[in-house]
Design a protein around this ligand. Structure first.
Ligand code: ATP
Ligand code: MG
Length: 650
């Protein structure tokens, strides 16, 4: 099998940084130069500059036993102190850390001093409950300040958190509690979503009943939904305990390699993996990338990352990166369309958000609704936009920059994974000329290559497998409880080079384009085609809001391209002849990319199957296209969707 992926889609638009932006940019070219000259020295310098170590490290990296890396091994630090106390001590206690917005419209502004206080109280409660260094705590909360407080309180006492997204079922929660043998669960009575209270505590009760490990000793419950909840002996109210605890708490330093958290991957391709991250290296790279990729000016910026804390983006770019850097940020509890479809834009206007970090799935859903909604709000405070989670189609990038960003501000497309812990590939605003659809360059200090199956570097512009060739500070340290799966999944293929599982190519300028997951690459008459490129071509058609492409078995071509397309709302009314629309889109791809990429079928649908973090699950569409029973749908956000799509396709 050859893994060369054929490259088809051309994108020639380029955007230079404006001179004004460049003049005030945090990042400059000296970063890359320093990393180039001495990679390990560069990371050591960044770590010393960005973090406060209670015991300075003298060693930077131990890679004598790959794939098990140790960064800053002999140093000690407290992650929570780095995110809180030191900002208060530096005189920034009055700075707002969180502008929290509840879905029903209630708000709280929490300063660094207040957040520090609350975390100290919570840390005291955890200790009283017998949670100690290395113990696991499951956190199952809505997007409320207590989620951030809980994570930092766990980190403060050297325990390990496992945040489970609040939309997961009792079974998913039970399997995560069991996998980590959590002794405490922190939850809420309920949270707000789409105008209603969704209950959380009953799910925890059910999960504990289903748990086979029997490890949970207590459940700490935040009152949020005010819904009725059943009460067990092991349950405690947050306000009765944290609310009355002492705010005096002496934080100990922990070794750099002390575990910080376990987090399960999104489950786009299969069973989620419990990814383990540790302290010093993780915080270094989270802080470094947050500062340089988002051009953070902590005194003046208002930053908003829309990810849930249940995902890695919420860990690194809601909690650890921004708070380590002393940023002021928005935290929003609810959905983008409640109580009206302009809710996000209203929040940006109200808090004068200057940096917005979100996912292509959200951008495409706004594209579907049309530009008149964001245009009702004043979005001029925005000065930088970021994207993460999936390849952003060039047309969605352009829409984001123009409609949301007003046409002249940088958009950074950031490639990374739960496993990488922090951003690995991204433009640096103010330095890099931007290309819509490309994640562009490895950040300083990160070594990326594109390999063919035999491990040789792909020359020229062909596509291959994305690898990280050198260990990096925020790399995963393992899969919880499963070192074999860790080695097999990421290291078996290329030895001490990390295999990411994504396809990518480099263009003539050396910029990197993500082509989709390697498992999803299609082979049509011997041509290996990328899902991302054909989807981007479909999204470039004025009718299309979103597209998913899969390869389905085909008697003549081996595999054939099958596309599922959601039309923009403005078009959906106009398109009455579905067959004609589908022919038009097939022709469009053939013209734009070439006849080889012309979809055998284009199905017009209203929904696509997505994980709870909004990623398209192509394997389910492949099942549908090949007429098989639909596979495992447990990580799907809405399990009824596959039925709806399959009805539409028939
Ligand atoms: P699982 O590993 O369980 O299947 P997952 O890979 O979706 O789930 P995450 O760690 O949340 O879990 O997602 C990382 C993946 O998301 C990357 O491997 C890549 O496929 C995709 N991705 C993230 N950011 C980008 C980006 N900027 N461009 C292209 N793809 C991206
Ligand atoms: Mg993955």
């Amino acid at each position: 099998m050859t893994v060369q992926i054929d490259h088809a889609l051309e994108e020639i638009r380029r955007f230079r940084p404006s001179p004004e932006f460049a003049a005030n940019a945090v990042a400059d070219t000296s970063l890359a130069e320093a990393a180039e000259a001495d990679r390990l020295g560069f990371w050591a310098d960044q770590s010393r500059e960005l973090l406060t170590w209670s015991k300075p490290f003298t060693k930077t990296l131990d890679w004598s036993n790959p794939p098990f890396a140790k960064w800053f091994e002999d140093g000690e630090l407290n992650v929570a102190v780095n995110c809180l106390d030191r900002h208060v001590e530096a005189g920034n206690g009055d700075r707002v850390a969180l502008h929290w917005v509840g879905e029903p419209g209630d708000t709280r502004d929490i300063t660094y001093a207040e957040l520090t206080d609350e975390v100290k109280r919570a840390a005291n409660v955890l200790t009283e409950l017998g949670v100690g260094s290395g113990d696991r705590v499951a956190i199952y909360l809505p997007m409320i300040p207590e989620a951030v407080v809980s994570m930092l309180a766990v980190a403060r006492i050297g325990a390990i958190h496992s945040v489970v997204f609040g939309g997961f079922s009792a079974d998913s929660l039970a399997s995560r509690i069991d996998d980590a043998e959590a002794s405490l669960v922190i939850t809420a009575d309920g949270g707000y979503r789409k105008g209603k209270v969704f209950p959380l505590k009953p799910v925890v009760d059910e999960a504990i009943t289903k748990s086979v490990a029997g490890s949970v000793r207590n459940v700490l419950v935040v009152r949020r939904g005010e819904n009725e909840v059943a009460w067990n002996d092991h349950d405690l109210w947050w306000h009765d305990t944290v609310g009355t605890a002492s705010n005096e708490h002496e934080a100990a330093g922990f070794e750099a390699e002390h575990p910080l958290f376990i987090l399960y991957t999104s489950g786009t391709t299969g069973k989620p993996k419990g990814i383990l991250h540790t302290s010093g290296g993780y915080l270094t790279q989270a802080a470094f990338t947050h500062r340089n990729v988002f051009d953070l000016h902590p005194e003046t910026d208002v930053y908003w990352c829309t990810a849930d804390v249940g995902w890695i983006t919420g860990h690194s770019y809601v909690v650890y990166g921004p708070l380590a850097n002393g940023a002021t940020q928005v935290l929003y509890e609810g959905t983008p369309d409640t109580p009206h479809p302009g809710r996000w834009w209203e929040i940006i206007e109200q808090y004068k958000v200057s940096i917005l970090y979100t996912a292509p799935t959200a951008i495409r859903s706004f594209m579907k609704l049309g530009r008149q909604i964001p245009h009702e709000f004043n979005l001029r405070s925005l000065r930088l936009l970021g994207s993460v989670g999936e390849p952003i189609n060039p047309e969605a990038w352009i829409w984001y920059r123009h409609v949301i960003g007003g046409g002249s501000i940088p958009v950074v497309d950031t490639w990374w994974q739960t496993e990488t812990g922090a951003i690995m590939i991204s433009a640096l605003p103010g330095i890099t000329d931007l290309k819509p659809g490309s994640a562009q360059v490895a950040i300083p200090g990160i070594s990326i290559d594109i390999l063919s199956d035999d491990g040789t570097s792909v020359e020229g512009e062909g596509g291959g497998l994305l690898v990280v060739t050198e260990p990096w500070p925020s790399m995963l340290r393992g899969i919880w409880g499963d070192p074999e799966r860790f080695k097999e999944t990421y290291w078996e293929k290329f030895g001490d080079k990390y295999f990411a599982g994504d396809g990518a190519r480099r263009d003539a300028d050396g910029d990197i384009w993500l082509l989709g997951r390697v498992d999803d690459v299609m082979n049509v008459s011997g041509h290996r085609l990328s899902t991302a490129e054909i989807e981007s071509s479909l999204v470039a058609h004025p009718w299309t809001a979103e597209a998913a492409v899969v390869g389905a078995a085909d008697e003549t071509t081996g595999q054939a391209v099958v596309a599922f397309v959601i039309l923009k709302a403005s078009q959906a009314e106009r398109v009455t002849d579905v067959q004609a629309a589908s022919d038009e889109l097939r022709k469009h791809v053939a013209t734009q990319i070439g006849a080889i990429a012309r979809p055998r079928q284009v199905f017009i649908v209203n929904e696509l199957p997505k994980t709870r973090s909004g990623k398209i699950m192509r394997r389910l569409l492949r099942d549908l296209a090949e007429g098989r029973d639909i596979g495992d749908t447990t990580t799907l956000a809405d399990t009824s969707i596959m039925q709806t799509i399959s009805d539409q396709v028939k």
